[in-house]
Design a protein around this ligand. Structure first.
Ligand code: ZN
Length: 579
């Protein structure tokens, strides 16, 4: 669906289409690929907000800014501005010495704790297998009169064999969240029977319960992060609420099932049909040593930098570019969510924009770059910036946000999703200009208003600042561990590319030509096995992230300066917005 353009505004289209911007030379483009590879490396452990890796990623971005000659406008320290703007977060963390030992053998430290509060406990006792943990109904796993006092109750997570393979991320999360609520009920029922602890084992995971629980609960891999609580009164000790409950990863579950002499096959039948008696050893000793503590002194950081404009009348105004560097950390089984597309690609795009501005003639307005953290948890970094602006908020004339710009799927290679679109009440002249500039570059911006509240432009748009988020929209590996650098669709570039802006056919090398014939228009998917990042990056020497979004973003700012106008939000009367 293309935006409706009004005749009076169409007059400017030919001018917009000619806004000159030189494509960066190949060497620079390759660095953008390296930036994605660096941020999305396993060592970055998914850049969870407030983690050492997120802070390292932010410092890496700051280094890039420093190299480009930008000026830091983060927190002041000893009278000088630093690159980083810190904001407080709170961690609910499983202490590293926490462990579950079965028959003298430590189970791999891969579990989540079903708690929202602190707890400390050390429980020893025999394991009691409780099937699906049903205590009522026609076919209970635990007899009505059973007494689990002193026992560590082991229950299997209910899951049918096959989930529909084409579930969306939201559907997977929805189904898994229902399972999680069911587990909470089972835990309560088993506590009422006297269980000293409840341990859930997983036999299979067809709907992404592992992902869901890793996002919701503190695990042995990472704390649960929240904004600081207003007072300590809200943190009550949950041990009063009863025995602790944990959910083991698939791998950790195997050790427990082995110790109980249970096979996955007999459990699978039990899960599928909910019938039959599954007998397990009853004499296996276990110990659950668990400590979960709140850390109120944790911090996360934004990166903030400026390239000052050269027009004394306009330099106090700023166009603000944003992208989030945080992602969702590690899964409970320690596999990192590398977030190559979400949003290492957006950060690389933002750095690409900074490069372009730093290399070209100084713009008249200042350009502010904000690389946030806490986005995945609720736009914390951008909200914090709006409340504690490192640049006067009334002088921010526009915000352009990058959210996942490295994959196709919902978009083809010549499309991006944009929001607020012409269908949205917050549609501004910024969005209008973007659509026209994009058209001039052979790119179509599709309305993506279902994502309007989902990224860092939102707090700015809600403040009435003309804002626009550019991205891919949903893609197959969204918030999965498969959002990896190999799956980013690198765009081939021919040597000495003189193609100007645009991502159309003219740009391909040999492989892109093949891709063109296959109908994917100049994009080469790099779905290789993982030969090590360095080798990969070298292998991608002639590739870049698809840069149409960056070029639209840069030209947006330049075009408004050329016209000597600012942005208006919303730009069109309501009657003209509804088509
Ligand atoms: Zn994102």
């Amino acid at each position: 669906m293309r935006p409706h353009l009004h005749a009076s505004l169409l007059l400017t289209t030919s001018v917009l289409a000619q806004v000159p911007i030189d494509p960066p030379p190949d060497a620079q483009v390759d660095e953008l690929v390296q930036i994605v590879a660096h941020l999305a490396a396993d060592e970055m452990r998914g850049r969870a907000t407030g983690s050492p890796e997120q802070i390292a990623a932010s410092n890496f971005v700051a280094q890039q800014f420093a190299t480009l000659g930008l000026e830091p406008i983060g927190d002041a320290q000893d009278g000088r501005r630093t690159w980083l703007q810190w904001f407080p977060v709170e961690q609910l963390a499983v202490a590293p010495q926490s462990k579950f030992v079965v028959d003298g053998r430590p189970v791999p430290n891969q579990f989540v704790v079903m708690t929202s509060t602190e707890l400390a406990t050390n429980i020893s006792g025999p394991m009691q297998f409780c099937g699906l943990g049903r205590t009522t109904g026609p076919n209970p796993d635990v007899a009505v009169g059973a007494n689990l006092t002193g026992k560590i109750a082991i229950a299997v997570v209910p899951t049918k064999g096959d989930a529909a393979p084409n579930l969306t991320a939201e559907q997977r999360f929805g189904i898994s969240f229902q399972t999680y609520r069911q587990l909470a009920k089972v835990a309560t029922a088993l506590r009422e029977k006297g269980a000293a602890a409840v341990v859930f084992v997983q036999v299979r995971d067809a709907t992404g319960l592992t992902d869901c629980l890793s996002a919701l609960l503190p695990s042995t891999q990472q704390p649960r992060i929240s904004l600081p609580m207003p007072s300590t009164r809200e943190r009550t000790n949950s041990t009063a609420g009863g025995a602790p409950a944990i959910v083991l990863s698939l791998q950790a579950s195997k050790v427990v099932l082995e110790a109980l002499h249970l096979t996955e096959q007999e459990l699978g039948e039990h899960l599928d049909y909910g019938q039959g008696v599954v007998t397990a050893r009853t004499d296996v000793p276990a110990t659950l040593d668990l400590e979960v503590a709140v850390h109120t002194d944790a911090k996360a950081c934004n990166v903030v930098a400026v390239l000052r404009g050269n027009d004394p009348k306009l330099a106090h105004q700023a166009v603000l570019y944003t992208a989030h560097v945080d992602h969702i950390g590690c899964r409970m089984d320690s596999v990192p969510y590398n977030g190559a597309n979400d949003n290492a690609s957006g950060v690389a795009g933002l750095i690409g924009v900074a490069r372009t501005f730093a290399a070209g003639p100084r713009p008249r307005r200042s350009i502010v770059f904000l690389v946030t953290a806490g986005e995945e948890l609720g736009l914390w970094g951008s909200r914090f910036f709006v409340d504690h602006p490192a640049w006067p908020i009334e002088d921010i004339v526009a915000n352009i946000n990058f959210e996942m710009i490295g994959r196709t799927g919902r978009c083809t290679v010549t499309e991006f999703i944009a929001t607020p679109s012409y269908r949205h009440p917050r549609f501004s002249s910024l969005g209008h200009d973007a659509a026209q500039i994009a058209t001039g570059q052979g790119i179509t911006l599709l309305p993506g208003d279902e994502h309007y509240r989902q990224s860092d432009h939102f707090p700015f748009a809600e403040r009435g600042i003309p804002a626009l988020s550019i991205g891919d929209g949903n893609f197959a590996d969204y918030h999965l561990v498969t959002d990896d650098v190999e799956a980013v669709e690198w765009q081939a570039r021919a040597g000495g590319d003189a193609g100007g802006g645009g991502t159309r056919e003219a740009r391909g090398d040999g492989r892109a030509g093949a891709a063109n014939q296959a109908g994917s228009g100049g994009v080469v998917g790099a779905h290789a096995s993982r030969p090590g990042l360095l080798q990969q990056v070298t292998g991608m020497r002639r590739r870049t992230i698809r840069d149409g979004g960056q070029q639209v973003a840069v030209n947006l700012s330049l075009e408004s300066e050329r016209r000597g106008e600012s942005f208006r939000s919303p730009s069109l009367p309501a009657s003209r917005r509804r088509h």
